[in-house]
Design a protein. Structure first.
Length: 372
């Protein structure tokens, strides 16, 4: 008999399991259908001893000191600052767009002050962008949109930018200076010994039992529990009764090389060439010294087994609302996380959401009867 069943062992599930076990002293069974902990942040050492992120580059970055202090209890973080370059017309350009990118692309000599005016002239005057294409055009105009955004967005989402929500491209900042950092958050880094070791420390507690290769569908009737936290896909919990929520997915091609470095930065984007969207060289992120290296190519796909990115469209939000309504009617079941609330959350946002759920609801809940 457990006080809680937590479904999903990513940042959301692990944060809630840790809080319940250590702060409430209650017993938790945490399960995952995969054979490992860590959710999408899982990493491991390959046959050469190089640390790899199985599901793509994961950089922890946050504006929240509370979240940063929370995760730092379980790992030492390195001081990695994320850099991304885009390979366009045979040259590298820093992303997100900054002063240097624009100067180099247009062969100009702009300063921070003149860049603003320059872009003002280039931009298409759209006051309220209705879609991802208009969102970019309203900031930088056609030339930069065509070179850096049009094909990349299409490749990534399988949908024309015109048919995607404006929020997709509004996420990308445009820097008026030469700041090459991909993220501007005050706190960023990667756990020195990897994410998996961070998760091991989060879950190492006498009140937490862990079960891997265990799908909720098969486990639910075999264990007894009083309350549940569900961080898997909300539509699958309800047997897809209103239809399937759409997700974008990725295929990863991991490759080893007998050379010290493959590329000069952690991530290179390929907006216009090749089928893959980007190449990640993990050693840059983990700051690992090794005579060999390993990279991962990322290919966008629609793999139903691995739902990664909720599709930000009005239609999918309307469908999600139906599941949210059904979820709100359930007692003693809490939906949380990227898949549980169908939101494009980063890791820090998942931790913040989980801490909030714990503080406002989980730790304040009423007594209940057994549901398992
Ligand atoms: C390619 C890629 C790159 C990313 N890069 C970054 C980054 O650089 N920085 C950043 O902050 N965020 C990044 N993210 C986002 C990050 O991965 C998520 O924010 C985070 O992993 C979500 O945590 P979660 O616990 O909500 O979900 P997940 O990590 O997805 O964990 C949910 C878990 O639930 C399990 N599960 C689902 N259904 C069931 C079931 N029925 N039974 C049992 N278990 C189940 C799944 O197997 C999974 O392990 C990236 C995501 C992707 C895909």
């Amino acid at each position: 008999m457990y006080d809680w069943l937590v479904v999903g062992c990513g940042f959301t599930g692990a944060t809630l399991a840790e809080r319940i076990a250590t702060q409430l002293g209650e017993r938790v069974l945490i399960i995952d259908k995969r054979g490992h902990i860590g959710g999408n942040a899982y990493d491991y050492l390959d046959e050469s001893g190089i640390r790899l992120s199985k599901y793509g580059a994961h950089i922890f970055h946050t504006y929240s000191e509370k979240v940063w202090n929370y995760v730092n209890q379980f790992a030492d973080f390195n001081d990695y600052i994320h850099r991304v370059d885009a390979w366009v017309s045979g040259r590298y350009f820093a992303m997100p767009l900054n002063l240097e990118t624009v100067n180099s692309f247009f062969d100009t000599n702009l300063t921070s002050e003149s860049l603003q005016q320059f872009l003002y002239k280039k931009r298409v005057p759209i006051e309220y962008p209705k879609n991802a294409e208009e969102a970019v055009l309203s900031k930088v105009g056609w030339e930069l949109y065509d070179a850096f955004y049009r094909s990349y967005t299409k490749k990534q989402w399988g949908i024309d930018a015109r048919d995607l929500d404006a929020s997709v491209t509004l996420r990308l900042p445009i820097r008026m200076d030469s700041d090459k950092r991909y993220f501007s958050d005050p706190w960023q880094g990667i756990p020195v010994n990897g994410y998996t070791s961070l998760f091991e420390r989060m879950l190492r507690h006498k009140n937490i039992d862990l079960l891997l290769d265990a799908n909720y569908r098969e486990i639910a009737s075999l264990v007894k529990f009083k309350r549940m936290i569900y961080t898997g896909n909300i539509d699958s919990f309800f047997d897809f009764e209103h239809g399937k929520l759409s997700y974008r997915s990725l295929k990863f091609e991991h490759m080893g090389y007998d050379t010290e470095y493959f590329q000069h930065v952690g991530v290179v984007n390929y907006p216009n060439d090749f089928d893959f969207t980007r190449i990640v060289e993990h050693k840059h992120l983990y700051k690992q010294r090794h005579e060999k290296t390993a990279v991962s190519r990322e290919y966008p796909c629609w793999n139903e087994e691995e739902p990664y990115y909720p599709i930000p469209s009005t239609q999918s939000q309307q469908l999600y609302r139906k599941y949210e309504e059904a979820a709100n009617k359930l007692r003693n079941v809490y939906f949380c996380g990227r898949l549980g609330t169908y939101r494009y959350y980063n890791m820090d946002q998942c931790v913040a959401q989980a801490l909030h759920l714990f503080e406002t609801q989980v730790s304040k809940r009423e007594k209940v009867t057994v549901v398992g």
